[in-house]
Ligand binder design. Structure first.
Ligand code: BES
Ligand code: ZN
Length: 647
């Protein structure tokens, strides 16, 4: 894989040399040498795949969705390329898969059974499925291995929802969430972000539900039998499936939204700017390489805000605020079409290359479509979260986790990967912009996405590319020590750019005046506040405010009744921290109504802090837990501990 990628990129570089301007020519020529020297792929500590033996090129899935037994069953046919001339063993990642048979498909279509065995189970990684493959007739050719298998009801990538857990309440719902290392719980596959393959799929479902995948729907699809093709090579964590009562509304020529029918109108209104966002992103980053960009609005238990599954981002319904105020989530997932999906972190150690670059782009696209002010507010809030997160990790004895480049050997990436990657990564690009200028960074980014398209890279590869391009054009813009502090050091580097001043100045002035009693609650100009201003106001109030003061706020501004999830979260956090009892019914409704990790985590943490609060937390959690995604259940179990009588 690495070799073929190098050949492809070197060819691109030669083409570029004919017509590109000088700076680009230099970069391209250098890039070809650089790739030639990087033949040894950096290891992925979270995969059993041995890419020096075989690499996956294409997966053909044929799966039946059985809601009654909560299983997918069928076959995966893997086209693998023999990399080492003497390779005989194909090693795949699996976790809890029931394998029925493994066979080699020859050129005539005939199947020959193959020997296989499982490696020892690892609590983090699952088990390697080791298949003995006979030498092909000619060296270097690809071979097709067919695996018949079924998933188990507790597969970590799958959430099976009963009809009552959906908006329509009439059909069950199934979806996958494979990042970081859960693809292996529903597909036997080389589950490493460093290995890319194309796929096609046939998904058999009960009548009356629709299947959606991170791939192009095929015209042959019909009710109960859906087909897809993904012609661009992607890593396993981006293979995605959802099945349920799902409608579709076009928003523009290349964009649209899927959602449960009850939510389709609201979703179409909220995301009406999707086509414009895509055009803005393309102007900044170069061509969109995935043909269509759609959104799929998930049921409320979706554990994360959004997931950048190619061609169709999966999105929490909690972003539908009615006023398009939370669309940063959409520009984030859309930006992953470049950083993450086109240029991918080689292993989860380099997660910041996916999330940090994307967080920077998210705000650039936001600024392009919605203006400077909203983007600046997001920037300042991001900086606030980064400082809080670094303080918390440091206090926890986890200072090493505040670096961008990580060493996650032996650790669960889902637990180790934190917000630092997002905000420190983004701050690093702001730093480069601050030192070299926006135009230079924009040229750098466009070149980066062109030169590394459809490849997976490490932090040190990024560093070498940065030095050879942007920093060569701007010698002296960043010292060696500064660069190393950003990429490999902990905490916020001394060279960090200042946050834009003043965006929240009015809010903060009014907050202080209200707190000190100089101004009544009526004097807040909150009628005109954006949700981000409410968040800043509420998140920076001191803990332990008297009930009367919270009642004053709530009485005037109806915070307990807000339909905006971000404001509600900030309000409820304040209410819990202040033991404000009147907010309890809303708190319960909120925690039962959404299972989004970010929305519930901090609330349960605050609820776990004192015995009285914990009792309340346990009571609510008993009702909320059945609706949560298994991984969120695991998380909250860990926070709130064992509660008497929990299901
Ligand atoms: N790719 C991530 C989600 C993810 C990260 C899943 C790590 C599993 C492991 C996605 O792009 C993301 O960052 N989602 C954020 C929202 C975003 C606006 C910050 C989330 O879900 O909170
Ligand atoms: Zn992301």
């Amino acid at each position: 894989m690495v070799k073929a990628g190098a050949v492809r990129a070197a060819t691109d570089a030669r083409v570029a040399r004919v017509r590109a301007p000088r700076a680009v020519r230099l970069a391209a020529a250098w890039f070809a040498c650089f790739l030639a020297g990087s033949a040894a792929a950096a290891g992925d500590p979270h995969s059993f795949a041995d890419a020096a033996q075989y690499v996956l090129r294409h997966a053909a899935l044929d799966l039946e969705v059985d809601f009654a037994s909560r299983r997918l069953h069928g076959a995966a046919e893997l086209t693998v390329e023999r990399v080492a001339p003497d390779a005989t063993r194909l090693s795949l990642d699996t976790r809890g898969l029931d394998i029925a048979s493994v066979a080699l498909r020859d050129g005539s279509g005939a199947l020959t059974p193959l020997e296989y065995r499982f490696g020892p189970p690892d609590p983090l990684l699952g088990s390697a499925l080791q298949v003995t493959v006979p030498a092909p007739a000619r060296p270097g050719t690809t071979q097709v291995v067919r695996i018949e298998y079924a998933t188990r009801p507790d597969a970590t990538a799958l959430q099976w929802l009963a009809p009552e857990q959906t908006a329509g309440r009439s059909q069950p719902f199934l979806y996958t969430q494979s990042q970081s290392i859960h693809a292996r719980s529903w597909i036997p596959v080389q589950d490493s972000p460093g290995i890319r393959f194309t796929y096609d799929a046939r998904i058999r479902t009960p009548q009356g539900v629709r299947a959606v995948m991170s791939a192009a729907p095929d015209a042959r699809s019909r009710d109960g039998d859906y087909r897809f093709t993904m012609p661009q090579p992607i890593p396993a964590y981006l293979v995605a499936l959802a099945v349920g009562e799902i409608g579709f509304r076009a928003l523009g020529p290349r964009t649209g939204v899927y959602a449960e029918p009850a939510r389709l109108d609201a979703a179409a209104r909220e995301f009406a700017d999707l086509e414009e966002m895509l055009a803005t992103a393309e102007r900044l980053l170069g061509p969109y390489r995935w043909d269509r960009y759609d959104l799929l609005i998930m049921p409320p238990s979706f554990p994360i805000g959004g997931m950048e599954n190619p061609r169709v981002s999966f999105i929490t319904p909690t972003v539908i605020a009615g006023d398009r105020s939370l669309v940063a989530m959409i520009t984030h997932e859309m930006s992953h079409s470049w950083s993450g999906n086109l240029v991918t972190n080689a292993s989860w150690n380099d997660f910041w290359l996916n999330e940090g670059v994307t967080t920077y782009l998210e705000r650039r696209v936001l600024e392009g479509v919605y203006g400077r002010r909203l983007a600046a507010m997001e920037l300042v809030l991001g900086r606030q979260y980064l400082d809080e997160e670094i303080a918390a990790l440091t206090a926890d004895g986890r200072r090493a986790d505040t670096a961008l480049a990580l060493d996650l050997r032996g650790r669960d990436p889902d637990e180790a990967l934190g917000d630092v990657a997002y905000e420190k990564g983004s701050l690093f690009l702001q730093f480069l912009e601050w030192r070299t200028g926006r135009a230079a960074v924009d040229r750098f980014l466009a070149g980066y996405f062109r030169d590394f398209a459809f490849r997976s890279i490490t932090t040190s590869e990024f560093e070498r590319y940065l030095r050879a391009t942007l920093l060569r054009e701007h010698p002296g813009a960043a010292g060696d020590g500064e660069l190393r502090a950003w990429l490999y050091g902990t905490g916020v580097p001394a060279s960090a750019p200042p946050a834009p001043a003043g965006v929240f100045a009015a809010v903060e002035r009014q907050r202080d005046a209200w707190l000190s009693g100089d101004a009544p609650v009526d004097a807040l100009s909150a009628d005109a506040w954006r949700p981000q201003e409410w968040m800043r106001f509420l998140d920076t109030l001191p803990a332990g405010l008297e009930a009367a003061r919270l009642a004053e706020l709530d009485g005037r501004w109806r915070l307990g009744a807000t339909g905006n999830y971000e404001i509600a979260r900030s309000w409820l956090l304040l209410a819990v921290r202040s033991d404000y009892e009147p907010a309890r019914p809303r708190l319960e409704e909120f925690l039962v109504g959404t299972g989004r990790h970010k929305m519930v985590k901090r609330l349960y943490e605050e609820l776990a802090r004192t015995p009285e609060r914990r009792e309340l937390g346990c009571r609510i959690y008993a009702r909320a837990r059945p609706g949560y995604h298994p991984l969120v259940q695991q998380l909250v179990d860990g926070i709130i501990g064992r509660c008497e009588g929990l299901p």
